[in-house]
Design a protein around this ligand. Sequence first.
Ligand code: A3P
Length: 292
Amino acid sequence: EQNVHEKINKQFEELIATLPSDKDHFEARPTGIFLASSLKSGTTWLKVIMFSTMNRSKFEFATHPLLTTGLHDCNPYLDTYIWDHDVEALPSPRLFASHSAYPLLPKSVRESVDCKVVYICRNPKDVFVSHYLFAMKLRPPMLPPISMEEAFDLFCRGVCEYGPYFEHVLGYWKASLESPGKILFLKYEEMRKEPVRYVKQLAEFLGEPFSAEEEKEGVIEEIVKLCSFEKLTSLEVNKTGKVAFVPEMLISNDNFFRKGQVGDSKNHLTPEMIERLDKITEEKLKGTGFAF
Ligand code: A3P
């Protein structure tokens, strides 16, 4: 295991050394669709919702590829996919996901007037707990464990993968206010409450609204059912399948599912932690017009 990590680190170092500092390697197409999120905000769920919504006329629900295909193949992370795939070979419309903060999205995506960005956010307490438990499962055994208290302190101080959480959310929030036709801002909690409503809104935003006939036939409900936590976790591919975002680092698909509940953080955080994070949240959001 140690060798694998050393090898990956070496690959990163060599790769970084070869990167120019001013050239963007990704060219967005006007038909491009991007899912953006910070970690553990419901990315996997929205990946499959977007894929099944955009491809609903191609597949039957009974034999849908999501029943047998890895979750991440349907909407790959541009952040890592671009390293070892020819993105130009993909047919339009290309569907990509990214955890990048808004200013770090490829310039051609930010500047395109036509391509669409869908952002999903989640309340910071659940994001922290979900991320901590996920990271602990994947943490290489050779590294010393990090306590929840220590990880929580880092999160509160903005030390997170892909950058400080609040800045990540607010970056996309502000961009969505400036360009509402280009950036759709969604909240995990609201989608959990009314998935049908938001899948409908998503399809309209992506320029593929459901027809009256599709609505009558219950296509939206089929998509919601196919992408539900219960359905996805019952599938063999998600119980035993694996994904490699980077070569030689396999992650079991079942790691992307835990409870899928709103508010589970109260079962893990102390009242003091909750008070601290609530206070930070209030301060960070003051004057922004945004609330979780
Ligand atoms: P919990 O750890 O709170 O259960 P991401 O996909 O961005 O990594 O987010 C992971 C979180 O989304 C996990 O939250 C996971 O259980 C939840 N999740 C995964 N699939 C889901 C689905 N189909 N519906 C709702 N939540 C889902």
